[in-house]
Write a protein that binds this ligand. Structure first.
Ligand code: HEC
Ligand code: HEC
Length: 270
């Protein structure tokens, strides 16, 4: 995993540079780091366009590494947004240098620790919407959310990345062991974290729980990048379908409620 260390080395030096300025990471970035990207499309200092910004193929495994590490700086929503945006800064530059990386920080813990939409999805969704049209964002993010609700996390791939010693350089305690997995059956932070707590036996305050969420950041950032790469190649096909049970509920309840979440995670069937 020499590659992991290499990526982090780059990431850490970026971070120490910003640290020496005495301002937090994202805050300084927009103001100080003007890139010389390829597809800049806009000049520095102008108003950033409202149309989707240029996207360039990104490496999902690098996104996984960056998101995992970034979780320990400012939480889950920051982490997935940061992973994608910082890579777009490196590869495309231009307008991405003017978007503050700290922007999605509010999404941590399901928005200011309210346990609503999982921050990993919030951060990835914001990044997706920067590059894709609204209609494509609905398709991509809709599929990402669906995938999230049925996938066991954290993945083996994220376990492997976390096993690199000293990887989580901002964490007080390093958790490098493989972790138990759980399926959220919901896009809500509350349901996702709580089902993992039930399954694993670790408390919300345990370093293992934080590490689980960090690895989840890696999993969601990597998946979002894979989907965006496919989308850019014109090869993206949405695959998520609601369960038969939920489809049954929706056959009668499509006009008196909104959503596709698994209905029986909150309601008794009748
Ligand atoms: C065959 C049609 C049909 C299906 C299928 C169906 N419902 Fe209903 N549901 C109704 C009707 C009719 C009512 C009562 C009218 C109303 O309150 O809108 C109702 C009421 C409800 C209510 C309000 C109950 C209350 O106490 O006011 C909830 C919540 C609900 N359904 C959830 C579900 C869920 C979850 C499913 C799937 C597991 C489901 N429904 C499947 C027709 C259906
Ligand atoms: C995260 C929890 C949650 C999920 C998931 C959820 N609901 Fe609800 N639902 C609620 C709450 C809370 C209310 C408002 C309080 C109430 O009426 O029970 C509500 C209200 C409703 C009502 C109106 C009930 C009434 O009193 O008229 C219907 C119908 C309903 N939900 C159907 C569904 C269906 C169908 C699904 C799946 C597509 C679903 N819900 C998923 C929490 C949820």
């Amino acid at each position: 995993m020499a590659e992991v260390e290499e990526i982090l080395e780059k990431d850490v030096s970026r971070r120490s540079f910003l640290k020496t300025t005495g301002i937090g990471l994202g805050v300084a970035a927009g103001a100080l780091m003007f890139g010389t990207g390829i597809a800049g499309a806009q000049t520095q200092g102008g108003t950033v366009a409202e149309t989707p910004l240029p996207y360039a193929d990104l490496d999902p495994e690098e996104a996984r590494i960056r998101a995992h590490a970034a979780y320990f700086r400012a939480g889950c929503a920051y982490a997935t947004f940061y992973a994608i945006l910082s890579m777009l800064r490196d590869k495309v530059g231009g307008p991405y240098n003017q978007i503050p990386l700290r922007m999605l920080g509010y999404g941590r813990g399901g928005a200011a620790s309210w346990g609503t939409l999982c921050g990993t999805l919030n951060g990835a969704g914001a990044a997706i919407n920067l590059v894709a049209s609204d209609a494509d964002t609905n398709k991509l993010l809709g599929d990402l959310i669906g995938w999230y609700t049925i996938t066991p996390f954290p993945s083996q791939e994220s376990d492997n990345v976390a096993a690199v010693k000293g990887y989580t350089y901002d964490a007080k305690e390093y958790v490098t062991a493989a972790l138990p997995t759980s399926v959220s059956n919901s896009p809500l932070c509350h349901a996702s974290v709580t089902s993992w707590i039930n399954k694993s036996g670790f408390a919300a305050s345990a370093p293992e729980r934080a590490e689980r969420c960090a690895r989840l950041c890696g999993d969601v950032a990597a998946k979002a990048v894979m989907m965006l790469n496919e989308w850019k190649a014109g090869a993206f096909v949405a695959t998520f379908k609601v369960s038969d049970e939920t489809a049954g509920c929706l056959s009668c309840h499509s006009s008196d409620q909104i959503g596709k979440m698994a209905c029986t995670s909150c309601h008794e069937p009748h």
